[in-house]
Design a protein around this ligand. Sequence first.
Ligand code: FAD
Length: 564
Amino acid sequence: MSSQHVVIVGGVAGGMSAAARLRRLDETLSITVLERGPYVSFANCGLPYYLSGEIAEKKDLLLQTPESLRAVFNLDVRTGHEAIRIDEVAKQVRVRADGTEYDLAYDHLILSPGAKAAYPPIAGLDSPRVRTLRTVADAVGLRDLVEAEASRAVVLGAGFIGLEAAEALRHCGLEVAVVELAPHVLPPLEREMAHLVHLELARLGIKVHAGVAAESLVDQADVTMVHLSDGTSLAADLVVLSVGVVPDTALAEAAGVATHHRAIVVDEHGRTNLPNVYAAGDATVSTDPVTGARRPVAMAAPANRAGRLIADAIAGRSARPIPKPQGTAIVRVGELAAAMTGANRAALVQAGRAFTTVHVHPLHHAGYFPGAQPMHLVVHFDPATGELLGAQGVGAQGVDKRIDVIATAMRGGLRVNDLMDLDLSYSPPYGSARDPVTMVGLVADNAMTGQVVLWQPEELDWALSEAVLVLDVRSPAEFASGHLPGALNVPHTDLRGRLDQVRQAAAGRPLAVMCAAGLRSYIAYRILAQSGFEAKSLSGGLATLRAYLGKDAENNLVTVGGTQ
Ligand code: FAD
């Protein structure tokens, strides 16, 4: 019988990873898991797919039971037991269950209480038609509403869970509107990436109200009216509140656990400031490995990882430090996936980091093999060192693989130009001899070594100024379908023979070279640079620029017949 007792608060991702690992390391420990809800080890990440009906049965969300965990790991798992107070001096936890309270002594305490839905100060959020999607009960309740009579849904918040909920409700045939305060859905996405998601949401028939606030909700007899800051009112049979989460740390804070913006501060082994008290998961703050910003990362893999490494530390193994999460994430929206790792443009600007960006638009596998789908990648890197700072991808196929390769490269300390040396698997149904990740490495290497100088979509004002000549190297037909005002059209295949014409038109001004996706303008750039021109090539071409401008694209482009 062990003299050591470990108490774990929270029986899902971080908590249960710690419990199972502890048992595998030490058969003599006494391990008690307190979970206030009715289930442990449930698949939070699967909840949206239960709502959509893709996961048919509730039981498929329940990965373990207290009985199975007793049988496999000899864990004392207590559902319906809530930790309500921590006495760090007496080293015991006060527990409430079935209307009674008791104390539980610990030698080591692990807190993995997760996060709870944020409730912004919007009048009417207490309506019974307002639901969250955090627990099995939430998902069951929502599905019941959908199966009963709901036909109109409003989702407040277009983050990952909000969009998953919107997609699920639309899949069930509801009219769905999404309201997002930020200028676009999935706010961490770059705007040129988010635009592609907006197009897919429109294709799915999901209405997006971005850049507006929900100001109030007013219940009427058989409907809730959601009033927006732009004067729009939306009728809803149900409202999903998904505007973010806050770490669930009231218990920890009351005990004197140090927090940062409500999230528990831990060291590299998950230790809090209180002796023998550890914390993992959504409730903790971690440091962004790229920008140094301190923020919680509410993702399953970092929670599982931290739980396991805390177990290592408690069991006395020479524990590896808990890695700093890069925030790698992916979400399905209709037929698209949107994925990201590392920092985005805004975070880099805020951190004062110099960066260069490349955009590529390759096919996910060989173009000559049927079914090739376009994908869009954006990658930020340090122009001096090549350090990979962040990457995002949107596309129908293969985005997960590319972002995961880049996330792995970041974790391994590879430089952006190392990506062109990666020996990635290839056959036509799966990839290309020059994989999209390899292409990122090639373009970035060209940018780092001065083989090409890029201009970015956010420099459009520079390109359109009197001091610059836009040189569009697409075909005349492409040019006629929409081009920047004042642009000179010289197809890249004609350029060598028309350099004098370009020189005359430029009259000493630098050239903002552009094409459809960035390849032809790069080829043109090389010709121009070797002929003494000062030029820059548009990163990702018009495909990127159009997506970056979004709805404003048509105001910036002209066609032969007039404004496009
Ligand atoms: P949780 O897994 O939330 O567990 C915390 C548990 O602690 C809860 O069950 C809670 O009841 C319990 N608890 C809290 N306080 C007490 C107390 N005082 N006493 C007893 N018990 C307590 N992440 C991804 O990476 N990919 C995804 O696709 C993804 N999809 C998601 C979809 C949804 C709908 C949701 C809700 C989350 C999703 N996540 C996803 C996030 C992921 O589930 C979390 O990051 C992860 O579960 C966090 O683990 P945790 O241990 O910190 O908290």
